[in-house]
Ligand binder design. Structure first.
Ligand code: ADP
Length: 260
């Protein structure tokens, strides 16, 4: 056999996770995984202990972004040892348990749910300030299943500046409310593109940050530009080498909001 059997551990290992926060988006492709990854990177730079649970079972992208290689092993506590990024972020993702990274996961809700529960309870996360959960995109069964399987402290909603995206955000809000969760804040990604000369282009339409705040009653944690350097670094598994002021601000707003 290959990999760590997911049913290995019995009983949660010693650990303390202070906050479990899910990152959600109304649809795919708005940068939910990227925001999860870069938020983790900035929090880690602040000196926080951070883990990422890639809850996007059928379309995992976190491991690739961080360039983590190999499979999780058995930890000293008899749990599953998460992989570690170069910067020391603990990462667990479904594709670490697959024969081939390109293998599809064709599971139904109950199996996804049990895998996620085990990613939470059987992984030896140790002590964490933040466990970030990258949810499957959208408001279908899959993100719902993941959200219900975990003891979430809050949800961050990622959106892009399009009418459509704003409408879709409403679905996110309704879902979080249905599940009696709380919204930590909203992030507007791909808000604009800035040329080296400092000219700004709002490629996907004008910002609807204010509207999002009105709709959610939660703060706008960040307004993030389109940066092609990001795509390149993510594809190369080197997201931790990226630095931009926007993301440090995002992390600061995030921690401040959670502190209140
Ligand atoms: P989602 O998780 O919402 O489906 P991803 O985080 O996978 O979306 O992002 C989709 C693609 O867009 C990825 O290739 C990612 O690198 C790219 N991307 C996301 N946000 C930005 C950004 N602000 N600037 C440049 N590329 C971005």
């Amino acid at each position: 056999g290959r990999g760590v059997p997911l049913t290995m551990a019995n009983g949660a290992p010693d650990r303390k996770i202070k906050q479990v926060i899910a990152i959600m988006s109304g649809k795919g492709g708005v940068g939910k995984s990227l925001v999860t990854g870069l938020l983790a990177v900035s929090l880690r730079r602040q000196g926080q202990q951070v883990g990422i649970l890639d809850g996007d079972i059928t379309g995992p992208s976190i491991a690739r972004m961080f360039g983590t290689k190999g499979q999780p092993t058995k930890s000293a506590n008899g749990g599953i040892e998460p992989l570690r990024s170069k910067g020391g972020i603990k990462v667990v993702s479904m594709n670490m348990f697959l024969e081939k990274e390109s293998d599809p996961v064709v599971w139904r809700g109950p199996m996804i749910s049990s895998a996620i529960k085990q990613f939470y309870s059987d992984v030896d996360w140790g002590n964490l300030d933040y466990l970030l959960v990258d949810l499957p995109p959208g408001t279908s069964d899959a993100p719902m299943t993941v959200m219900q399987a975990l003891p979430l402290d809050g949800v961050v909603i990622v959106s892009s500046p399009q009418m459509l995206a704003t409408m879709i955000v409403m679905k996110c809000i309704n879902m979080v409310q249905q599940l009696k969760g709380s919204i930590v804040g909203v992030v507007e990604n791909m808000s604009y593109f800035e040329t080296p000369k400092g000219e700004r282009y709002e490629i996907f339409g004008s910002s609807n940050g204010a509207e999002l705040v009105g709709m959610t009653g939660a703060p706008l944690l960040g307004t993030l530009p389109i940066d092609s350097a990001l795509t390149t670094l993510c594809d190369a598994g080197r997201v931790e080498e990226y630095y931009a002021e926007h993301y440090e601000e995002l992390a600061a707003n995030f921690t401040n909001t959670l502190r209140i």
